[in-house]
Design a protein around this ligand. Structure first.
Ligand SMILES: [Zn+2]
Length: 271
């Protein structure tokens, strides 16, 4: 599944279409998680792309008065391709541009993604309104995390994966960040100190930044906009390493289901 780093990389890869004006949209199959709006055929042509941003795992392609909000779902991807590239079975949407030999193609084998047209304030959209802090932004601090967790009886791993508190910390990034912070994933929110919150936040930021730099975690079917897969997974400290020696202390990495998700940790390095 594309995680926050993959979405960030996708956004960066969309730079070639900035300032381009749309000539046409072809929707071969509108049946995504929510139907692709049928009015886009009329609404999109001649709209100029001003910028591409990310909020949580939503890609926001902004125009003067509105915005396309794209989610890659479980298996989606956006690619800039030569417009002569023949569409394959799962290539559901193409967007073409004036004076360009390229198209933007949306591919999604499992069709859990979505494409919305938003002409109001994006913050009010039902999928955006309840979201917590962006992990890479300044407002996500140890103090913020502490304020959200100091009375919670749930494990810290579930808390940092809760998008109402902070967005985009998937299972891999949660396990890796908690290892670096030296905090057990099963430790309850109320037992975590402000100092530990500071470390957890620091390493969530560092882990996500590293993944972005290395091209994402690339679970089988993720490709960035140029069709290359990521290398981050080769650097995992704990995730998927059950039974292997800890890279720091050589103890055996253990695994446990927390909130139905596999969690990986070193009992010596984390407490
Ligand atoms: Zn260890």
């Amino acid at each position: 599944m594309p995680e926050l780093p993959e979405v960030e990389i996708t956004c960066m890869g969309l730079k070639p279409i900035l300032k381009k004006s749309i000539s046409n949209i072809i929707v071969r199959n509108p049946s995504l998680r929510w139907p692709v709006p049928s009015h886009l055929k009329k609404t999109l042509p001649n709209q100029k792309i001003l910028c591409v941003k990310r909020r949580a795992k939503y890609i926001l392609i902004k125009f003067e008065k509105a915005c396309l909000m794209i989610h890659l779902g479980m298996s989606g991807r956006l690619e800039i391709l030569d417009k002569e590239t023949p569409p394959q079975k799962h290539d559901h949407v193409d967007i073409a541009f004036h004076n360009s030999k390229n198209i933007l193609r949306y591919t999604d084998p499992r069709r859990f993604g979505s494409i919305f047209w938003i002409d109001g304030d994006i913050k009010d959209h039902f999928l955006i309104a309840g979201l917590g802090q962006e992990p890479l932004e300044r407002l996500f601090t140890g103090e913020y995390l502490f304020s959200k967790i100091h009375n919670k009886k749930s494990p810290i791993k579930n808390i940092i994966m809760d998008s109402h508190i902070v967005v985009g910390v998937g299972n891999i990034y949660a396990s890796e960040s908690l290892f670096k912070a030296g905090v057990l994933p099963s430790k309850l929110g109320k037992n975590i100190t402000l100092n530990e919150c500071g470390k957890i936040v620091k390493y969530i930021k560092a882990t996500l930044k590293k993944a972005i730099k290395l091209g994402g975690s690339s679970l089988k079917d993720f490709y960035n906009v140029n069709g290359q897969s990521g290398y981050f997974q080769q650097t995992y400290n704990v995730y998927g390493r059950k039974g292997k020696p800890c890279r720091k202390c050589k103890s055996i990495i253990e695994s446990k289901k927390i909130g139905q998700r596999s969690s990986f940790f070193c009992i010596k390095c984390q407490s």
